[in-house]
Design a protein around this ligand. Sequence first.
Ligand code: NAD
Ligand code: AKB
Length: 318
Amino acid sequence: MDSDTILVTGACGQIGSELVMALRARGNNVIATDLKVPSGELLESGEFQRLDVLNKNSLATLVSKFKVNQIYHLAALLSATGEQNPELAWRVNMKGLRNILDCSVELGVKRLFFPSTIAVFGPTSPKQNTPQHCVMEPNTIYGISKQAGERWCDYYYQKKGLDVRSLRYPGLISYKTKAGGGTTDYAVEIFFEAVKHKQYNCFLSENTVLPMMYMPDAIRGTIELMDASAGNLSIRSAYNFSAFSFSPQDLAKCIIAEIPDFSMQYSPDFRQAIADSWPASIDDSFARKDWGWKPEYTLDTMTKDMLTNIMLTNGIAI
Ligand code: NAD
Ligand code: AKB
């Protein structure tokens, strides 16, 4: 689907800022949208429009005006921000998605991507190798909204024939755009603090193991899912999607291998309870079987690549 016109919501965020550039590099006409106005390459490389996903009329106007035939709906409040403002999180994550689903059906959008999360699982889900199908009782407003979102996506696929595709992302790690209000954000912040100050005070405890993925793998996997033949897809709620798992202590050890004088302190806060309710590792065998998912980066190769790129962009000798 190389010359599609694609609308991306939440395009200025951690994922959107890289996904938009990857889609544009493939020759797609990408309408990047967000509440915030971006700067730099996102703005200079193509169309940008301000859009609040709660405003269905503005959304419909953009979809019609630009003849959009694919949407990547990234706009949301994440887990930590969601717990601080549950009302807003529910409205943006739920009403925003319903607006996207309805506009897609009403205006003939061919394909929709919805980002789900490991937060759809809860304390009663199996903690290790969490399967695709199991007990799901999320206890954060973020997880509840994303689980309901998955059900809405599957419903629109079953009842209205909308080609919706979705991934349960683990914590994503990247150096281009800072993470926005999540519980896994420590695994991004730690790299910047290690390079700049050689120390980091972690808001999760040292042995909290969570599933994680490097952004280049996440972007590639997302595009591979959207390119996959519809007949191969057996999951229309959201696919489990995995790369590796580690604790803050594991990550600190990898960083120390590259920056020997790095040191780590631990001051767990309200995000610890959120992390404790999530899986430690994920079984993504449906994604591997249905559309050939395979991550490339390991914890070690990601750590080296993150540190190299943060040093390069900050003009620090490697
Ligand atoms: P982010 O917080 O970095 O970016 C979200 C963007 O949405 C922001 O730029 C924000 O301005 C925008 N936004 C918020 N409310 C909006 C509204 N009403 N209308 C339009 N835009 C609005 O988030 P991200 O990390 O890029 O995540 C993108 C999506 O992927 C989210 O749906 C998130 O739940 C999901 N996800 C992310 C991760 C991760 O680790 N980054 C993991 C699992 C799932
Ligand atoms: C968060 O921590 O909220 C996100 C996620 C795993 O959904 N990174």
